[in-house]
Design a protein around this ligand. Sequence first.
Ligand SMILES: Nc1ncnc2c1ncn2[C@@H]1O[C@H](COP(=O)(O)OP(=O)(O)O)[C@@H](O)[C@H]1O
Ligand SMILES: [Mg+2]
Length: 567
Amino acid sequence: MNKITHISGPVVHATIPQASINDIVHVGKEELLGEIIEIREDTAIIQVYEDTTGLRPGDPITNTHQGLQVHLGPGLLGTVYDGTQRPLSALQDIFLPKTNTQPSLSHEKKWFFEPNIPQGTEVREGMIIGTVQEHSFTHKILVPPGVQGILDEIHTGEFTITQQIGRVGRTPLYLAHTQLVRKPRGYVKRLANKKPLITGQRVLDFTFPIAKGGSAATPGPFGAGKTVIQQQIAKWSDADIIVYIGCGERGNEMTEVLEEFPHIKDPRTGEPLMNRTVLIANTSNMPVAAREASIYTGITIAEYFRDQGYAVALMADSTSRWAEAMREISGRLEELPGEEGYPAYLAKRLAEFYERSGTVETYSGMVGSISVIGAVSPAGGDFSEPVTQQTLRLTKAFWALDASLANKRHYPSVNWLMSYTQFNLEKWFEQEMGPEWNELRQKTLRLLQEEKELLDIVSLVGVDSLSREQQITLFTARLVREDFLQQNAYSDIDTYCPLQKQLLIIQAIWAYDALLRESTKTMDEIRTNKATQLIGELKNTPNEEFTTNPTEKSKHIRKKLEEGLRT
Ligand SMILES: Nc1ncnc2c1ncn2[C@@H]1O[C@H](COP(=O)(O)OP(=O)(O)O)[C@@H](O)[C@H]1O
Ligand SMILES: [Mg+2]
């Protein structure tokens, strides 16, 4: 008989004769969800995904002999789940988590299924057999993992996810299937990441872009703007699907998302943003083991949409809380601790997570991608701690958020001297935006570096020691910081900046720089000049003015700058 022998918070010991690692078990009379994470002689050690208060030694356990799985199919989009994919029906579930027996996907809702391949075709895992329309999103129905053979039956019509739509040999097919979460879904091969994930955030797209299929980390202390930057990407990036994992952060950050997203319109489809979003909430007050699982649940859902040939962007806020969940469980298992008490396998787990990003050729012969953006919350903003350091090695874009910038209300507080991108996207930008994009980017990064050097001189010997040329350099750098890099997430216009507008603003700043170097105005006159004001107003000028006729707009700005300097 399977029985509990010992309980330590979310970790339960039990005698389970035929246990295997990663078996999902139902623990106690309330059948709490748990997973066997270790076996020591006769004892199975289980992490329990629900509150273990009330469990007692001697309580029964049943073993499902199956691993942790998610349900993948129509109905995922627009849903809010906990870390083990149980639907959270209302906001209050985040604050008062309770056992929820609802299925992950509705068993009642009917979907119109339209096959796209005929009966008799040979199919295998990951192939597309038809589609279901979910609002304006075309949900592709895939052959489940492990299934291969002749499509003996396939039907058009309305189905719930529990009604059979076809058959491969003796295997029935449904609109949904299950998938183990701890093992990556398969694909044909990895492809190079060639396109940027366009976020509409100037400091990201222009200065430190991330590729579609790439990964980025955004570390920063409390209040630096990690959550806002993640939410901005979730709202505005040009991914087809957003998976947002609220991992171990306070509940109110998640409620913001839950309250806001249904009201925000996707700029591309005009539909509520939620229609392309899956939210996973495992906030700080929810069980710590489910937080450990939430990352796997999220990335597996992301892989499912990737395998349909879509670009997915996954946000995890915050991977530090995920690491802390691992640390807590490891501590309860009395494992030998590594650096700062984190388990020795921390680096491996982080690597396995980021490695599930990428652009791939799918089994359906399409190209799909997952971009992963992980927030990191090092205590006190100390980037030398293990989670930040490990993450740095794994991600190719690094957006370092800086408390001192945030204190000056310079948002996003991405530190331009510490941040970097290793993605090679220059070719794409040159093709789509013209050669000037890359030239101005290089020039701007150099300018910011130069500014730092000049400011060091100023702090030693004062501003009067600088030449006029150098003072103009400082002035232009200030324009770059204030009128370009700073971007207000709460301004209706500035919250999203199309690439065309990004280019026109930075062009204007550099055009102005050139004009200033030829003018005879004093620095004081320059500061209060009309043209200076005009630069400052650009970001709050409606986006359409820049996108409908960029050449005209560019000429117009230049004319205004010249006029301004003449007065
Ligand atoms: N891009 C931005 N525009 C305007 N305000 C911002 C921006 N980014 C951050 N903030 C401000 O900083 C506050 C803290 O940001 P938040 O993302 O919650 O920090 P963190 O998640 O790092 O603790 C926000 O509530 C907001 O007032
Ligand atoms: Mg936050």
